[in-house]
Design a protein around this ligand. Structure first.
Ligand code: MN
Length: 294
C-alpha cells in the first residue's frame, strides 16, 4: 500500500476578502478521479455587516458542486436560476459550453461552512449545454455512531441522485460522539479524505482539520476514526483518463478552448449571458499564462 500523501490547505482569496482553504488542485495531487477542485470555505463567523459575495464569473468544461454545512447561500446564474442552498443540500451546476453565476451568503454577520468542488466533464461532454440542479435531499444513514450522507455516486447500497458523468463517489461522514468505522472502497478508484472539522485518523495516521489525505488506488477498505464533533469528506473516483487543463474558472482539454472562453467573457459575449439583473460586479481573469498562436 502506498503511503498516504499529506496535502496542506493553501489560502486563496475569492474576492471581497473571503479567504478559503484550497486542497485541489495541489502540487502533490491535481485530481481525485474527475474531482478537480476542492475549496473549504469556513467554518467562519462573519463580522456584522460582512458575508461571502462572489461576483459574476464564468465556467466552462466542468460541474460546480456545492456542499453546504452551515449558513445559507443564494446562487444566481445566467440561465435565470435563483436558488437558495441550506445545510445538508447540494447545488450542482453543469457549465459545459458556458455559464456564469454569482454566490452570496444570505444574511450578513452569520456563520458559513461549505465545501466547493468542481468535477471535470469527460471529453464528449466538455461542450454540453449548461444546466443547474438543486438537491434538497440526499441519502443519509447511520453507521455505528457516525452519520453518513451520500453526496455523489454509490456507497453502502445507496445511490445519490446527483447527476454526474464520471465514476465518482462523495461521502460526508460526521460524528457528535466520536466514531470508528470501516468503509468499503472500490480498489479501482483513487480516494482522498478531508477532515472538515475536528480530526480524523486513517489507518492509524492522524489528520487535523484542513489537511487533505490522498490515499491513491488499490484500497478495498478504509479504517477511519473520527474524534467527537468531527466531520470528514471522502472523495473517490476512477482516475481521469485525459490530462485536464485548468485556468481561472475554466477547465478544458486545450489552451485554445480556454483562451476562447477567456476572450468571450472579457468581451461580454452572449455565450455567458448576464446573471440576475446584471448589476453584480463581473470578476475578471488575470492574463493567460501562455501565449496563444492563432
Ligand atoms: Mn463559480
Amino acid at each position: 500500500m502506498r503511503p498516504i500523501v499529506r496535502i496542506a490547505a493553501r489560502s486563496a482569496d475569492l474576492g471581497g476578502g473571503m479567504q478559503v482553504g484550497r486542497l485541489l488542485p495541489s502540487r502533490q495531487q491535481r485530481m481525485v478521479g474527475a474531482w478537480c477542485f476542492l475549496d473549504q470555505a469556513g467554518p467562519v463567523q462573519f463580522a456584522a455587516g460582512h458575508g461571502m459575495h462572489v461576483g459574476a464569473h464564468p465556467h466552462i468544461g466542468l460541474q460546480t458542486f456545492t456542499w453546504l454545512i452551515e449558513g445559507e447561500v443564494l446562487h444566481r446564474d445566467s440561465l435565470g436560476n435563483e436558488q437558495l442552498i441550506r445545510p445538508g443540500q447540494v447545488n450542482l451546476m453543469t457549465a459545459g459550453h458556458g455559464i456564469a453565476h454569482t454566490e452570496d451568503s444570505l444574511h450578513e454577520g452569520r456563520r458559513l461552512h461549505a465545501a466547493q468542488l468542481w468535477i471535470a466533464l469527460p471529453p464528449g461532454l466538455q461542450d454540453c449545454a449548461p444546466d443547474f440542479a438543486h438537491y434538497p435531499e440526499l441519502p443519509r444513514w447511520r453507521q455505528g455512531s457516525a452519520c453518513l450522507t451520500l453526496l455523489a455516486g454509490t456507497h453502502g447500497g445507496e445511490t445519490a441522485p446527483t447527476h454526474i458523468h464520471s465514476p465518482l463517489v462523495g461521502l460526508d461522514i460526521a460524528s457528535d460522539d466520536g466514531a470508528a468505522l470501516g468503509l468499503n472502497l472500490n480498489p479501482d478508484f483513487e480516494y482522498g479524505l478531508l477532515p472538515l472539522l475536528g480530526t480524523a485518523t486513517i489507518c492509524g495516521e492522524r489528520f487535523p482539520g484542513g489537511e487533505f489525505a490522498y490515499l491513491g488506488t488499490g484500497r478495498e477498505k478504509l479504517d477511519l476514526a473520527l474524534a467527537a464533533g468531527s466531520r470528514a469528506l471522502l472523495l473517490g473516483g476512477l482516475p481521469f483518463a485525459e490530462p485536464v487543463l485548468m485556468w481561472w474558472n475554466f477547465v478544458g482539454f486545450s489552451k485554445a478552448a480556454i483562451a476562447e472562453a477567456q476572450r468571450d467573457w472579457a468581451s461580454g459575449d452572449r455565450r455567458f449571458g448576464p446573471v440576475g439583473d446584471g448589476r453584480a460586479p463581473r470578476l475578471m481573469p488575470p492574463p493567460l499564462p501562455w501565449r496563444i498562436v492563432d
